[in-house]
Design a protein around this ligand. Structure first.
Ligand code: ZN
Length: 88
């Protein structure tokens, strides 16, 4: 994950820890703007959240959480965030 490559987004507070989120980054080596239904992970506490069709964040449903368990990109992202936090 390269935090120099990010897309600005309207500020939102994490739904669990309240951390102000105003940018997203991908684990891929490219700029990418999120789309409705995309998953983002709070860089402070690791909470997965979903962009709704108005670009607001909501908590995932249980079915979405179950799906994330099998999503390798999600697990790579959570691992990358944990690595970043260890470097702080
Ligand atoms: Zn958080």
């Amino acid at each position: 994950m390269d935090l120099d490559k990010y897309t600005r987004m309207p500020p939102h507070d994490c739904l669990r820890c309240g951390h102000r989120l105003d940018a997203v980054s991908t684990i891929e080596d490219k700029f990418s703007a999120p789309s409705p239904g995309d998953v983002t992970v709070c860089i402070n506490c690791g909470l997965p959240m979903i962009f709704d069709d108005k670009f607001k964040l909501r908590r995932p449903t249980q079915a979405e959480l179950d799906e994330l368990e099998f999503n390798a990109d999600y697990h790579d992202t959570v691992r990358a965030i944990a690595d970043l936090r260890r470097q702080d």
